[in-house]
Design a binder for this molecule. Structure first.
Ligand code: MG
Length: 408
């Protein structure tokens, strides 16, 4: 099929569907008129279109009896691009068709962005994405998100019939962007043939055989459906995270042996290290850096050398403990930086293995872990090959602490 292209210079209209009764949301008034943070949901859904100069016309489809609520919701917006509202129909599909017919009666031709009023967290950025996508694409482009839940299809008895592969599934949002005339023609055809039950406009276009392109939706662009959605939307967000940086330092002396542990990697060497645990200076320095950023003491506070249970312990347990402490405080690790100081063994051949091990233990991407190595130019204890040292820096973010008590 040849691509049906849209004239990118064509005017853009937003068609906002606000005719639903919102019964599932359990309020007296339809949910699109409910106040959210002091402002009607519908008014918030219109704002990003008003903020986008490309949108030349904004049409709202409302329910019978909602005229006064609509007037209140748009009061004072004072923007000539908002045309008088159209009365909706029995179903969402009917309401969109009636809204399109009203635009057609005004002589509109171009691109139409169909949006549900119950999505008040729409952003100007997503409106622009829709305009760009329909310009680049064909007759239809819709915002989608990858699904994170596994989705299953049921049979008639309520048992699982199928588990479709998740990598080909998306959830669909609005605004959905369409070339106006094909969308209107498809709605008219569906109405003439008595085809109902399409839950979005893209489904109509698919039914009519039009290609439907996709663009990235926004997770925050949720649809308010249940009373809990309002409660969640109005709940205060998490406290802001503030950056903390801390260093850690560790030394172990060489002793008898044929290997050392560095960053959880066994490195062959003509010496071992003297240590209560496995003597992994890299993991000990990193653990101290993280505990420092948390202001929760140091490795000896949590794993005293006097405690026999840590004899010969694999040090990744210490790092994993500190990582878990960051998580349980509601924080996140941004970056771990490590410098190893020794004349021998050579670190270079093991650097990437050490980096990968630390990233895995800390639950980080590789580019959040840096490993450097240096000698000390034969100076000092590392220069005399008496031992090895590690210096670590941890950059983390933690929820902002409450204000300190005032001194009297
Ligand atoms: Mg140590």
């Amino acid at each position: 099929m040849p691509a049906e292209r849209v004239d990118t210079a064509a005017p853009v209209a937003a068609l906002v569907v606000a005719a639903g009764r919102g019964l599932r949301a359990g309020f007296e008034a339809p949910k699109q008129y409910r106040l959210l943070g002091g402002s009607p949901v519908l008014r918030q859904a219109l704002a990003p279109f008003l903020a986008t100069p490309e949108v030349g016309r904004i049409a709202v489809v409302i329910g019978a009896g909602d005229e006064a609520r609509y007037a209140d919701a748009v009061a004072g917006l004072g923007d000539a691009r908002i045309v008088p509202p159209t009365m909706g129909g029995e179903t969402r599909q009917d309401s969109v068709r009636l809204g399109l017919e009203a635009l057609a009666a005004q002589g509109f031709r171009g691109t139409v962005l169909v949006h549900d009023a119950a999505r008040p967290f729409l952003t100007e950025q997503l409106v622009r994405s829709a305009v760009t996508a329909i310009g680049d694409a064909t007759v239809a482009a819709i915002p989608v998100l990858p699904v994170t839940d596994t989705i299953k299809r049921l049979d008639d008895t309520g048992r699982i019939a199928e588990t479709p592969p998740r990598d080909r599934l998306v959830s669909v949002q609005t605004p959905q962007a369409f070339a106006f005339e094909p969308l209107l023609a498809t709605h008219r055809k569906a109405a003439a043939e008595g085809r109902a039950g399409f839950t979005d406009d893209a489904a109509l276009m698919e039914w009519a055989g039009h290609p439907v392109a996709t663009f990235a939706g926004e997770p925050a662009n949720m649809k308010l459906t249940h009373p809990e959605d309002f409660a969640r939307a109005e709940a205060p967000g998490p406290p802001p995270l503030v950056v903390r940086v801390s260093t850690g330092y560790d030394v172990h002396a060489f002793g008898e042996g044929d290997h050392v542990w560095l960053g959880g990697v066994r490195v062959a060497h003509d010496r071992g290290v003297l240590a209560h645990s496995d003597g992994d200076v890299a993991l000990h320095a990193l653990t101290d850096a993280l505990l420092g950023a948390l202001a929760e003491g140091d490795i000896g506070t949590h794993f005293p050398p006097s405690d026999p249970q840590w004899r010969g312990a694999a040090s990744h347990r210490f790092l994993a403990f500190a990582v878990e402490r960051v998580r349980s405080r509601g924080g996140r690790i941004d970056f771990l930086d490590l410098t190893l100081i020794c004349e021998a063994p050579k670190i270079g051949p093991h650097r990437e293995a050490i980096r990968a091990t630390i990233a895995a233990v800390a639950g980080l991407h590789l580019d959040q872990v840096a490993i450097k190595a240096t000698t000390s130019e034969r100076l000092g204890f590392t220069g005399r090959k008496e031992g090895l040292a590690a210096l670590a820096t941890a950059t983390i973010r933690l929820p902002e602490p409450p204000a300190p008590p005032r001194s009297p």
